[in-house]
Design a protein around this ligand. Structure first.
Ligand code: GAL
Length: 679
């Protein structure tokens, strides 16, 4: 029988911890299959070594075919079958997509776009996050689920809804408008304070009554940026509040931990997961390689590091990824031989103790019928199954890694609020984008073999020697002070352009840009001078900049490089100010890859952060337990590679030394005993 997990802040609450292995799991949608198929599925799951299965993610229509009519018989049977087979269950509350009758009986639950367009049922997640009727109906189901399965011995985790906000994060309907006003009342107290925060003296936007306050619905001109920023905050909070409501129902009925699958990814920005993370019993992420990006593997590493940041550095769970192609990108690339293991280990290297897939058996019908699965359409005869078996065998060998923590001496400050605000309407340049700038620095650090923790503004920075702050357009005074304090305490801090410009209401900080960092950096910006789309400018250091330049006036800083051409010619482009026992650097442009690498090499040298020049196609990351270091080396290129790491390779079982080459496309997890045990 499964031992229920106890909630503890001391221990990482992840399935790997409970089972002592890196957990292999998957979504399973038994509703799509005849019960005779279930038996084959369970036998094959055992053969593959599946430990954890997420079910009932989209079960509502089957469980409640009509209002007031529940039927749990099939769910009872599959749960018991999985339990009998020793497979643990990550049980979905089933509320992510309502059955078609809900929209017929309660059309007011449907979400509305900014232009008033209604999103109809027929896809998924067609519900307004603020809908009281939706919440009532969903909680009815959650109550029944909690009562029925709260103590079922197979259930080791509750999976609330699914990817909250994937399709319905922003709703502009009248009920959302009322909820938005309630949220604003709590934030600001009075209408006067709201008017001041939103700067409504501008364009005759001043509110005389609360009922005039609306969500940022479609307008003919640019809207109010402060209103938009608050609406994003509200929308993130509205879904979090919904998560809390489901969780409260479950907690009254069950001691099993509760979580939901986050989407820490480049194409979803609507939830501020730093505010969500403390409410989840364990941090679980969904990640799919995004081939619309220039470097999908670098983005995988970024997502995994940010997920670990949400887990406060502890182990976390990859709740969904794909074995091969997805079905929702313009071109859905299949993974190459070995890529499944390499990408899965990319997550393990950065702290995941559990690797789960969407999904077990590939669907025959519906919008995802071409999506890959652990058991593909070709069954166990094809290459897909071979890849799944190979991964399972590798994960089995990594048990010693479970519970260890990634060791990083560098941090990158990440902020969903800065992402929302920096890319609003009416900025100096639409080309100046938040996430690409954060990715650029993270990607270069990965290429230098430097492991980076992604942390929230205001986080404790005291353990980091190098801190990168990309485009932190908005932040509070306290957050700015913590960055300045890290520099004076000895860290090397790098701030990149369009940082510290506005306060938390998106109002310009007085006294000259970059208000929040002017003193720390010892400079003032007189004029932003953004560049045209294809333009680049040379710097005196030999680097090139694009997208952004500006006229910088140095007050108390050393000029390391200047612009030699372009609209800011002769103005400082890279500066350094000694601060206490550390330093604060500033770059006034978007540097090219070589420029970023050269700058980071210098900053790593200054801050004593060791580098291993592995390049853009290799991951090298160390996880640390009290007794050993585990260095993951993932060679995504076809050519062999030699890295200076010696010890026992858990993947091959061989002892390797500094000169043992790592074959093209292969992975190594080198275990080295720590002489400083436990330090
Ligand atoms: C996720 C979702 C799954 C499935 C998967 C396909 O966003 O949670 O249900 O749709 O994508 O890649």
């Amino acid at each position: 029988m499964t031992t229920p997990l106890t909630l503890s802040h001391e221990q990482p609450l992840v399935p790997g911890w409970a089972t002592g292995t890196i957990t292999l799991g998957c979504d399973y949608n038994p509703e799509q299959w005849d019960e005779t198929v279930w038996h084959d599925d369970i036998a094959l799951m055992r053969e593959l070594g599946v430990d954890l299965v997420a079910i009932n993610i989209f079960g509502w229509a089957q469980l409640q075919p009509q209002p007031g009519e529940f039927d749990f018989a099939r769910l009872d049977r599959i749960l018991d079958l999985l339990h009998a087979a020793g497979i643990r269950v990550n049980l979905g509350t089933g509320t992510s997509s309502p059955p078609p009758w809900l929209a017929r009986v309660h059309p007011e639950t449907l979400p509305q776009a900014a232009d008033g367009t209604i999103a109809w049922p027929g896809g998924r997640q067609a519900w307004c996050p603020s809908s009281s009727v939706f919440r009532e109906k969903a909680l009815e189901l959650v109550t029944a689920m909690g009562d029925r399965y709260g103590a079922h011995p197979a259930v080791m985790l509750w999976h609330v809804s699914n990817e909250l906000g994937c399709h319905n994060a922003l709703c502009f309907c009248d009920e959302s408008a009322r909820a938005f006003r309630d949220w604003l009342r709590v934030r600001y107290g009075t209408l006067e304070a709201l008017n001041a925060a939103w700067g409504t003296a501008f364009w005759s936007q001043r509110f005389g009554a609360w009922d005039d306050v609306l969500p940022p619905r479609a307008t003919r001109s640019a809207g109010n940026p402060a209103q938009l920023l608050d609406f994003k905050r509200f929308s993130s909070d509205a879904l979090l509040d919904y998560y809390r409501a489901e969780t409260a129902v479950l907690r009254e009925r069950s001691e099993v931990p509760v979580t939901t699958n986050l989407m820490v990814t480049a194409h979803i920005q609507t939830q501020d997961y730093f505010s969500w993370a403390p409410e989840l019993d364990l941090i679980a992420n969904d990640h799919y390689l995004d081939h619309r990006l220039a470097d999908p593997l670098a983005e995988l590493a970024f997502s995994a590091d940010l997920t670990r940041g949400l887990a406060q550095g502890g182990p976390w769970m990859l709740m969904e990824t794909s074995t091969s192609a997805v079905s929702w990108q313009p071109v859905n690339h299949a993974k190459r031989s070995g890529e499944l293991t390499r990408t899965a280990l990319g997550h393990v290297a950065r702290g995941a103790d559990s690797i789960c897939f969407f999904q077990w058996r590939a669907s025959r019908s519906g919008a995802e019928k071409f999506h890959s699965a652990l058991l593909p359409h070709s069954g166990t005869a094809g290459e897909g199954w071979v890849q799944s078996v190979e991964l399972s065998a590798v994960l089995d060998r990594l048990s010693p890694v479970v519970g260890s923590r990634v060791h990083a001496r560098a941090a990158l400050v990440f902020s969903w609020e800065a992402w929302w605000a920096a890319e609003g309407d009416s900025q100096p340049s639409r080309l100046m984008r938040y996430l690409p700038e954060a990715h650029r620095y993270h990607r270069a650090m990965r290429a230098l073999g430097v492991t980076v923790d992604l942390v929230a503004p205001g986080a404790d920075l005291s353990r980091y020697s190098l801190i990168v702050v990309p485009t932190l357009y908005t932040l509070t005074d306290a957050e700015a002070a913590s960055i300045a304090q890290a520099a004076s305490g000895g860290a090397t801090v790098l701030i990149t352009p369009f940082s510290g410009i506005v306060d938390e209401n998106d109002a310009i900080r007085a006294g000259g840009y970059p208000g929040a960092f002017r003193e720390l950096l010892g400079l003032t910006i007189d004029e932003f001078r953004p560049l045209a789309a294809e333009a680049t400018v040379a710097l005196s250091s030999g680097a090139r900049g694009s997208i952004w330049s500006e006229s910088v006036r140095v007050v108390d800083a050393e000029v390391i490089a200047t612009f030699v051409e372009g609209p800011a010619a002769a103005s400082p482009a890279l500066t350094r100010r000694a601060v206490g026992s550390g330093a604060a650097w500033y770059t006034a442009t978007v540097l090219d890859d070589d420029g970023v690498l050269a700058l980071l090499r210098r900053l790593c040298a200054d801050s004593d952060v060791p580098i291993v020049e592995v390049g853009f196609d290799v991951d090298i990351v160390t996880r640390r337990s009290p007794s050993a270091d585990f260095t993951f080396i993932i060679n995504h290129r076809d050519l062999p590679l030699t890295v200076p790491v010696a010890g026992l390779d858990l993947v091959s079982g061989e002892t390797v030394d500094d000169a043992t080459p790592l074959a093209g496309g292969s992975v190594r997890v080198v275990m080295t005993e720590r002489s400083d045990r436990g330090a």
